[in-house]
Design a protein around this ligand. Sequence first.
Ligand code: AHR
Length: 498
Amino acid sequence: MDSAKLTLDPAFEVGPVGKRLFGSFVEHMGRCVYTGVFEPGHPRAGEDGLRRDVIELTREMGVTAVRYPGGNFVSNYEWEDGVGPASERPTRLDLAWRQIETNAFGLDEFMTWLREVDAEPVMAVNLGTRGVKEARDLVEYANFPGGTRWSDLRIKHGVPEPYGIRVWCLGNEMDGPWQIGGKTADEYGRLAYEAAKAMRRVDPGLELVACGSSNMRIPTFGSWEATVLEHCYDQVDYISAHSYYDPVGGGRADFLASAVEMEQQIEGVIATADHVAAKLGSRKRLKVSFDEWNVWSQSLFGGEGSLDWEHAPRIIEEEYDVAGAAVVGSLLITLLNHADRVGIACQAQLANVIAPIRTEPGGPAWRQTIFHPFALTAAHARGRILRVQATAPAMPTERYGEVPVLATAATLDEDRLAVFAVNRGDRPLPVEIDLRGLPRATDLSHVTVADDDTGARNTEREPRRVEPRAAGGAKIDGDRLTAVLPPVSFNLLRARLS
Ligand code: AHR
C-alpha cells in the first residue's frame, strides 16, 4: 500500500476542542522574558516595555493559555520580588539557570501582557524552596478582592480588581534531581495536598495541577504519579506531563515518529491516575496537563553547569527546520486525538528559548517553522474532534517499531471540516478521505508546510523561507476528498459541508 485512506463519521467523536489545548509557556529563562516578550526601549515596545511585535505574533499564533513563571526557575523564585515599584525590586541569583534575575518583569507585568495577548494564565507556585504559606499568599495577592494584607498590596500596586487566576501548577518537575528543592514522591505528594488545601481555602474556584514525571524515560515514571496521587488525588484536577523530542539524539525516523511516544506517555499517565482512582474508590477523573512539550535538541545542551551568571543569556535558542515543523504538527494532532483526557497543553516555550517566535534585541521578531503548524491548528481546530479511522503505509523506526507514515486528526464545526495531517515519510503520500455520513463537501482547500529541503529554516536574514502555501491537486470526488501530501510535511485540508 502506498497511499492512505481515512474514514470520517460524525457519529464517532473524541470530544470538543478544549480551549486550553493551544497553550504556551513563558519562563524566566534565557531570553524568553528579557528581550523576548519584554524589552523596555525597543522601538516596538510600549511604555510598559512589552514588545508589540511579539504580542502581535502571539495573537497570530492563536495562543489560548500561558504557563508562567517556570519551569525550573519557579522552584527558587520569590514572587514578592517581582511586584511593586520596579526601582525597589531586588536583583537575585536564579539557581535553575545560573542567571542574574533583575525582577524587572513579574506577575503584574505578565498579567498586563496576557491581557494584550488575550490568553488565560496557568500560574506555577514554588514548592521547591518554599511551601504552603507562600503559595496561599500568592493566591490571596492574585485573587482575593481586597481588605487583607496581600490583596491590599495588589491594590496599592495599581490593580484594584482581582486577577481571578483559575489554573495553578503545584510546583514544577519535583521528581527531577536537577530541581532546586526536589522531593521524593511521598514528600511532594503530602506537600501538594497541603498547599492545594490552603490555596483552595483562599479561593475555592481553583483548578490545580499536580506534578507528574518530568519525562517518560525517568526511571520513576508511573510510580511517581501513583504515589503522588495517592496523597493528593482529592485535591487536584490535573496531573502534569512534560516531554521534549530530540532531533539529534537518535535516528531521523525515530524523531519523525516522536508523537508515538507522546501518545504512550498520555496513555500511561491516564492509566496510572485511573488506577489510583480505582484504589481510592473515587469516581472523579483527572485530566492530563501536558504543560511542557516541544522539539528540543536536548542532547546538545550542556546542562545548568555549563552556564554562567549572566542576565538574559542566549541559551537553547533552537532553530527549527521543516522536519521539526512536521513533528510539532504531529504532536498537536496527538493532543487533539486525546482531548477527552488532555485538558491543558503548553508548548515550551514562547520566545527565543526553544520557541516558535524569535527576536533580536533592538531588532526584529520572526516566525520559526514550528510557528506555522501551531497557528494553523489553533485557528482551524474548532467544534468537535472526530475519531479518524485511518490506514496508511508504515515506516520502520528503531525505537517504536513500524509506525504509520500518516498522523491525522479532524474537527467538525457546524459546516466546516478541517483535517490535519502529517506525512512523516520521504515520499509524496496520496490520501483519500471518505466522508461517509457527512453532507457533501464544497470549497476544498489544501495548505501545506513543506519544502524540497526538509532542513530549511527561517532566520533573521530570511524570515519567510518556510511558510504555509497552497498545495495544488486536492479534489472532491463524490463523497471522497483526495489530496497528495508532500514528503515530511504538515497539512491542513478544509472543506465546507452542505
Ligand atoms: O523548558 C525548559 C525547562 O525544561 C523547564 O524549565 C523545565 O521545567 C524543563 O526541564
